[in-house]
Write a protein that binds this ligand. Sequence first.
Ligand code: TNX
Length: 503
Amino acid sequence: AATLTSCGGSETLKAPQTTAIPEIPAIIPLPAQVSWEERAYAIPVENNICYSGEAQEAAQWIETLLSKAGFSVSANASANCGNWRIEQDSSLNATLGEEGYQLKISEEGVMLKAASKAGLFYGIQTLRQMFPAQIESEGLKGGVVLRHTSIEDKPEFGWRGTMVDVARSFFDLEYLKRHVDRMALYKMNRLHLHLSDDQGWRIEIKGWPKLTEIGGKSSVRRGRSGYLTQEEYKELQDYALERNITIIPEIDMPGHIYAALLSYPELNCDEYSNLTPKRAIPPAIFEDYNVGWSKFCLENPEIYKFVADVVEEMAEITKGPWLHIGGDEIEDPRYEEFVIKADSIVQSYGKTTIGWEEVTKAEVSSNLISQQWHGKVESVVKDIKVIHSLCSGLYLDHANEPGQENTNNWCKKDGVSLENTYNFDNYNPNVLGVEAAVWSEYVLTDEMMDNRFWPRAIAAAEVGWTKGSHRNYDDFAERLGKQGDRLRALDINFYRSPGVNWG
Ligand code: TNX
C-alpha cells in the first residue's frame, strides 16, 4: 500500500511509485467511454499474463509490450491467475461489437476483454499509448506506472482506411509494413493499394508476365518503379491481418490503364493511335501527370479475358472480401457496359466489388461499394454503400498548408489542413466509413509519403472511430501534440501541423 509522501523534500523519504499518479493519457482515437481515477498502478517487475478463449495472440502482443518496457513476463492459458487477465468471449459481441473492448486498470492489475481478436488488439493499442513513448524506439528499463481506469470502447465505423498509390511511384514491402504498423497504432483497419495506373503496374500476374516485366519498369517522372511479387503481396497481407488490417487491391480499369496497354498492345484498339495525346510506336513509357486519356479497347471482347484472368489471380491471393476495379475519370459510350461486366466478373470469383463513385452511373449490383472522391455522381442504384474519401478532407496528396511544394491542388487550392481532415462530417446510414488517400504523382520518397499521411491520417482515424458528437478539434489537437514524442520515437517524418504543440 502507498505510504508516505514527504512535504519537505527530504532525500531519505522516497515516495513509492504507486503514489505518483501519471497524467491522463492522450489516447487517439478518443475512446467511447472512459473514466480515469486518481490512483496509480505500478507494474511489478515480474508479470503473469493469463488468458482465456482465443487470446493467445493478444497475450503475445502484451508480452512484447511488457518486454519493450523492461519487465519480465510469463503467460498461462488459464483464466484468473495473474496481474494481466485477457479474455476473449464471443458473447461480448452483443455489447462490444466485433472490434470493441473493455479495459480496466486497478490495484489488481490489468483486465482486457473483447469478443474478438480485433477487439483485444485494439485494447492493447490503447494500453500501448499509456506507456512512455520510448517503448517505440530504444525501450525502457521498467518503472512504468499506469493510471487506474475503466474503458469501454468501440468504433463508430467499420471502415477506417488509408490508400497508398504505389503506381505513380512505387512503395515497397518494407515501407508498406511500416505504414501498416502506424495505421495499427491508431486502430485503422483497411489498406487500399492503388496497384496500377498509366505510369506503372505494380503486382505480379503470372498469366500476363509482361505487366510487370514492362509495366513494372516505369513510373512517374523522377518516381520509383518496381512491383510486388505475389509472395510479397501475401507477406504484406498476413502482416497486416495480424494487426487487423485487411488489404484491398485496386486494379484501375478501364481507364488509367496505359501501363497495361504498353505491356500488351493488343488490349488497345488500333495500336496506340486512338490515344490522346498519341503515345505512338515504339511504345514509349508515360511519365507525365495528366489523367483520363488512356483506355482499354472496349469494343474488343478479348479485354474481358484479360480482366477475368487478372481478377482471378487477385481473388486467389487476396484474403479480404473486396476487389477494387477503379473506374475513375473516363468517358466512353461503352463505359457502363464495361463496369457491369467487370462487377459481375469480380462477383463470379466470390468477391465484392468496390469502385470509384463514377461506377455507380452504371446499373451495378446493389452490393457494390462506391468510394466517393468528389461526391458529385448521382448513383442510379439506390441505397448503395459508400466509403468516404472526399478530396476536400481526405486527399492527403494535397498540401498540408498553402504553398507546400510537390502537392496536388485541384480539389482545394489552399490544401487540406489537419482541421479539414478532422472536421469531415457527412454521415448517413449508407456510409461505411472513411479512407484517407495519398496519390503519388509528386510523392517520390518514403519521407514524402510519411509527410503526407502523418499526422492527417491520425485525424482520419479518429473520424472513423469516434462518434461525431464526441469529437472536438481543439481537444484532438492537444492530444495529438502529446503524441509528438511517440511519432518521433517511431521515426515518422510527420508534418508539424501548425496550431499543435508538438512538445
Ligand atoms: C484524381 S480521384 C485521381 C487520381 C489522381 C489524383 C490526384 C481519382 C479517383 N483519381 O488519378 O492521382 O486525382 O490528386
